[in-house]
Ligand binder design. Structure first.
Ligand code: 13P
Ligand code: SF4
Length: 319
């Protein structure tokens, strides 16, 4: 007899997963929200594909009974914070994020205590506990706008991404106190290899996500969130683009801008480490099982949820 894992794989292999997921979605009145960094097969099953802000807005709007979040844990937490009465499913609870994991709430509170009377702005890539300790949540789409809306005389703490924070400082001319966190994926891009590709494709425009390190951002023709990068490729009159972010985004870029040459920026080593290992934990099999069993389910204490909602609501009102 095979192991339980072998049996499970064998059982699922006989199913038309695509059709089964669509059937379960209807039966459960479920919606699938997927981030641009998901595998293309999951993006193709989704009802909404977006960046962190678009997905938070979709979670705010939905009337479905069940939200399956094909992204990472902090994104599903945001959906739960906005929808305490709905079931929020996470296909793989291990889908974390180096930024969220690198900012534990006890250290975050101690950092805040060292900077009294500051406005605390946190990137959405953080835990619900850190959100609950923040004044504003931002995403890479609206961080500049929200920081600009804070009165100039206020001291601002920005966590947990130092690269996004440094870019926001440049855009706004504001001094921010930065938490020293970073994204393991966006840190992996090699400037030397990028220069090599630029030599081979001199007409290509470099487009980068603000989670990248400063020397790479300095070479970019355009910097923006995943949704902004997608719009840029669609609307710009260039024909070739070097894309410096997680390559999952290329799926939608290819669909929306067929005929344009999209070159994923290479990582330092000859590995697939420009793919987010957390995002890529999700598979159609896990999506199917989650919808079938209505598990794993994200639960949250009401007291924490209510406190975490305030800074998210402030962000959504300003977006
Ligand atoms: P955006 O979705 O805001 O572009 O952020 C990218 C990211 O790294 C999500 O974890
Ligand atoms: Fe976190 Fe980076 Fe993965 Fe986004 S790409 S989920 S920031 S580790």
């Amino acid at each position: 007899m095979g192991s339980p894992a072998t049996t499970l794989t064998a059982d699922l292999s006989t199913l038309d997963l695509d059709a089964e997921i669509r059937r379960l979605k209807r039966e459960r009145n479920a919606v699938i929200l997927a981030h641009y960094y998901q595998d293309s097969e999951i993006q193709d099953l989704a009802d909404v594909i977006g960046d962190s802000l678009q997905l938070a807005q979709a979670a705010q709007r939905t009337t479905a009974d069940v939200i399956l979040f094909a992204g990472v844990h902090f994104m599903a937490e945001t959906a739960k914070i906005l929808n305490p009465q709905r079931i929020v499913l996470v296909p793989d609870m291990k889908a974390g994020c180096s930024l969220a994991d690198g900012c534990p709430v006890d250290r975050f509170k101690a950092w805040k205590a060292r900077h009294p009377d500051s406005v605390v702005v946190s990137y959405i890539n953080c835990s619900a506990a850190v959100k609950a300790e923040s004044d504003y949540i931002v995403t890479s789409s609206n961080a500049v706008k929200i920081v600009q809306a804070i009165p100039r005389e206020k001291k601002i703490l920005f966590a947990p991404d130092k690269n996004l924070g440094r870019w926001v400082m440049k855009q706004t001319g504001r001094e921010l106190v930065l938490w020293q966190g970073s994204c393991i994926v966006h840190e992996t891009f090699s400037l030397r290899k990028l220069e090599g590709i630029r030599l081979a494709h001199p007409a290509a425009k470099v487009i980068a996500h603000p989670e990248c390190e400063e020397p790479l951002l300095d070479r970019a023709d355009f910097i923006g969130s995943t949704a902004a990068l997608l719009r840029f490729v669609e609307n710009d009159n260039g024909r070739e683009f070097i894309v410096v972010t997680e390559p999952g985004i290329l799926h939608q870029m290819q669909k929306r801008a067929p005929g344009k040459l999209l070159i994923p920026a290479p990582p330092l080593a000859s590995c697939a480490c420009n793919e987010c290992p957390f995002m890529r934990l999700n598979t159609p099999e896990k999506v199917y099982l989650a919808l079938r069993d209505l598990q794993p389910r994200l639960e949250m204490a009401e007291e924490l949820r209510a406190r975490a909602q305030l800074p998210i609501d402030r962000m959504l009102a300003l977006s």
